[in-house]
Design a protein around this ligand. Sequence first.
Ligand SMILES: Nc1ncnc2c1ncn2[C@@H]1O[C@H](COP(=O)(O)OP(=O)(O)OP(=O)(O)O)[C@@H](O)[C@H]1O
Ligand SMILES: [Mg+2]
Length: 313
Amino acid sequence: MARYAIRLEELTKDYPIGFWRSRPVRALDHVSLDVEPGEVLGYLGPNGAGKTTTLKLLMQLVYPTSGRAEILGRPAGDVEAKRRLGYLPELPYFYDNLTAEELLVYFGGLFGLAPAVARTRASILLDRVGLGAERRRRLRHYSKGMLQRVGIAQALVNDPEVVFLDEPMSGLDPVGRRDTRELIRSLRDEGRTVFFSSHILSDAEALCTRVAIMVQGRLVSTGRLADLAFEVQGWELVVSGGDGGALASLGLDAVTTAVDGRYVVELPVDRPPDQVLPELSRLHVQVVSLTPRHESLEDYFMRLVARRQAPAA
Ligand SMILES: Nc1ncnc2c1ncn2[C@@H]1O[C@H](COP(=O)(O)OP(=O)(O)OP(=O)(O)O)[C@@H](O)[C@H]1O
Ligand SMILES: [Mg+2]
């Protein structure tokens, strides 16, 4: 078995732009990254960071300017590796006069599945992505979120060892996002390697063994999300059993009343919970929930970018 499920070595991609194609845009700049078998890697970065370009290079839909990409120990584009991977493109486009079931049977056929096997696989996968009841509807009648689910089912049709998902949560409502998170978790539990891109930090929380963070074509950090230095910007505290006056006496601002005598309090960084909670308990105020507010992925990028642009004097 290959040591790495996915390996990027100094991967670089310039897109020629302009009428004379003389001004290349560097979409990816010497990116090196190893993904172990069984990892769920969140490939995160803001719009234009180079996520889709990386996935296209891995799928050999575009070719690198320099560097190389490997999947399961074989060069990107290798037929044997392709048989063992699944791919959800960023903007999946399917023949919309097919039904979801027909589409999956068709893709199963491309992977050499016998028709009966392909039909069984299609039905299991459509159930798995929550489209079992809609399997006989034509795709042109599907919503964006439903098409996204079909795309995920399509990526799993060959029972892949490595699954590449480009923005799998895009176009999904909160229930769809939760379902997709559950699905990715189950792919992990089955021992598959998952490489998914997102520009939303919370998509990666509680799901990824590791994240890689891209900014402007460069890999700026990798590690466990918990180990990356996301700044805590405060806490949101929901309490009950007190009144606005009691809370005001503690000098807590931004107190809003929720339903049923609950109050939402924004704790700033200079009033951490371990200071405030004992005072609340003295006033017989109960804590319903306490949630840290981390900086967003965007804030994190901005900080990294600012740091790079202004090196320490
Ligand atoms: N075919 C192309 N021709 C020219 N430039 C391109 C092409 N595809 C991408 N780019 C440029 O390469 C950079 C990276 O784009 P890419 O689509 O990989 O980013 P992304 O991280 O997937 O962004 P998003 O979150 O918006 O999907 C961008 O500056 C983009 O404008
Ligand atoms: Mg993209």
